[in-house]
Design a protein around this ligand. Structure first.
Ligand SMILES: [Zn+2]
Length: 239
């Protein structure tokens, strides 16, 4: 992957916040505590996305509405597009949520990519996410996960470079590829790969372990610094 001047960087954050619009709050009766948990949003992902966009002078698209309303990182038809709080809402309510929250976000990002591709640019998209350190009693043994499609050479190369940069900057961090999820499973980047060929679209998900976020303070600031520097190096390095 030889980086070119025409590369268009793009940062997104689908799970940036846990806001439940007042119009739909009644759907969360019995699920009031859920938005505060890791199920409600990706702690830390928004702060990282913002700083990354500034560092790369890249456009930034974020959602601060909870994924429990509708999950922007799931395709239409996916069984977990809606959460337990919204899945049983009347079809009219669900389609209103789709029209008001899901489609505007997804369409805006897709349009930005389409415009860049039409101009002759290649798009490099980083979606900022985070994962809970312990899920169903199992400890996740990675600090950072890099999710990509192993069939897309540009994504493999970007993740390899990123992993190498992180190793150099912060050797104590455990960086794993396609962990804790497989990059090619359903998600926004997986959808975008079907819309844009590998030559013009490189989309990866950056997954950070929330244990680095929840401790806060100086460590969290340093952690963001390592990730941002490593990504800037990996994305702008020219051969
Ligand atoms: Zn996420």
């Amino acid at each position: 992957m030889i980086m070119a001047k025409t590369d268009h960087f793009l940062i997104t954050c689908e799970h940036g916040g846990n806001r439940i619009p007042s119009r739909y709050r009644h759907l969360f009766a019995g699920f009031e505590a859920l938005p505060q948990t890791h199920r409600g949003y990706d702690a830390g992902a928004l702060a990282l996305a913002r700083e990354l966009a500034i560092a790369l002078a890249a456009p930034l698209f974020v959602s601060t509405t909870s994924r429990l309303l509708v999950d922007l990182n799931r395709s239409i038809g996916h069984p977990r597009l809606y959460s337990e709080a919204t899945q049983d809402a009347p079809a009219t309510v669900r389609s209103e949520i789709l029209e008001s929250y899901y489609l505007p976000y997804r369409n805006k990002v897709e349009a930005d990519i389409a415009e860049a591709v039409a101009r002759g640019s290649r798009v490099i998209h980083v979606a900022s996410h985070s994962f809970t350190p312990v899920l169903d009693g199992a400890v996740r043994n990675a600090d950072i996960g890099l999710l990509y499609d192993p069939a897309r050479p540009g994504e493999i190369e970007l993740c390899r470079r990123l992993q190498a940069q992180l190793r150099a900057l912060a050797p104590n961090l455990k960086v794993r590829r396609n962990y804790p999820y497989a990059g090619k499973s359903d998600g926004f980047t997986a959808y975008l790969r079907r819309r844009f060929p590998a030559e013009v679209y490189i989309g990866i998900e950056l997954e950070i372990n929330q244990k680095h976020v929840l401790n806060g303070g100086r460590h969290w600031r340093a952690f963001r610094g390592w990730v941002i520097e490593a990504l800037c190096q990996a994305m702008t390095e020219r051969k």
